[in-house]
Write a protein that binds this ligand. Structure first.
Ligand SMILES: CCCCNCc1ccc(S(N)(=O)=O)cc1
Ligand SMILES: [Zn+2]
Length: 260
């Protein structure tokens, strides 16, 4: 019906609010990773993640994705090494997905799309004291990207999937504790592409050292279906939308009765 297609359109092509002061920069993300043009860099160090599950705090639906947020007031959950010179603190992770398995990832590999992509967001705690500060700076952020493919069920992901029905509507948040994000990383985290880019959603600032894993992780079709069951409208907008559909019906019904 008109209502659902309108809903699907807004969901599939989230229209960012208002005109964007998009930095007309030359390092906007996401990008297509052209494998044959990537260069091996022997200077790159092993990537070192050190995540404390006790820093996991809450999970919330922000209207474009769902975020699992970590306590980033200390250096308890950090990322260092790889292309990074400093120590970076984990502040949140979230996913990007599509309405079907044929699309959803933001980065592509030789133009190949994946059904979903995980982003683990960290900020440079050696140089800055808050995420909001680091987000505006050249080497303020480091984001690990992991592609998701549909296959066997991901046991570590299930705890997260089970929490999603509680945050069905935009703006809902629930407590979420003791989750170790390392369980979402592929077996070999030293096989990655790295480049300097930007945030892929507002504020789109060019402050990100991207570290995109070559190895994907597998999740089941059912687990991905729960991602898609999330609504990106608030409970209040939901009521409005359903009233609109109903109103339309009454109007057409009225005209039908008149003409007979
Ligand atoms: C200042 C508050 C902004 C909240 N959101 C920032 C943000 C946007 C995009 C990404 S992503 N998709 O590039 O990893 C991460 C974090
Ligand atoms: Zn993202």
């Amino acid at each position: 019906t008109a209502c659902s297609s309108k809903y699907v359109l807004s969901h599939m092509h989230p229209m960012w609010q208002g005109p964007l002061a998009v930095p007309g920069g030359d390092r906007q993300s996401p990008i297509d990773i052209v494998v044959r043009k990537s260069i091996f860099d022997s200077e790159l160090k092993p990537l070192v993640t050190d995540y404390d599950p006790d820093t996991c705090q809450q999970i919330w639906n922000n209207g474009y994705s769902f975020l699992v947020e970590y306590d980033d007031t200390t250096d308890k959950s950090t990322l260092r090494g790889g292309p990074l010179q400093d120590k970076f603190r984990l502040c949140q992770f979230h996913f990007h997905w599509g309405e079907s398995n044929s699309w959803g990832s933001e980065h592509t590999v030789d133009r190949k799309l994946f059904p979903a992509e995980l982003h683990l967001v960290h900020w440079n705690s050696d140089k800055y004291s808050l995420f909001e500060e680091a987000v505006m700076e050249e080497n303020g952020l480091a984001v690990i990207g992991v592609f998701l493919k549909v296959g066997k069920r991901h046991e570590g992901l299930q705890k997260l999937v089970d929490a999603l029905p509680a945050i069905r509507h935009k703006g809902s948040v629930v407590e979420f504790t003791r989750f170790d994000p390392a369980c979402l990383l592929p077996s070999n985290i030293d096989d990655y592409w790295t480049y300097h880019g930007s945030l892929t959603t507002p504020p789109l600032t060019e402050s990100v050292s991207w570290i995109v894993m070559k190895q994907h992780i597998e999740v089941s079709h059912d687990q991905l279906a729960v991602f898609r069951s999330l609504l990106f409208t608030s409970a209040e907008e939901e009521v409005q939308k359903s009233m609109e559909c109903f109103k339309g019906t009454r109007l057409s019904l009225g005209s039908f009765i008149q003409n007979n």
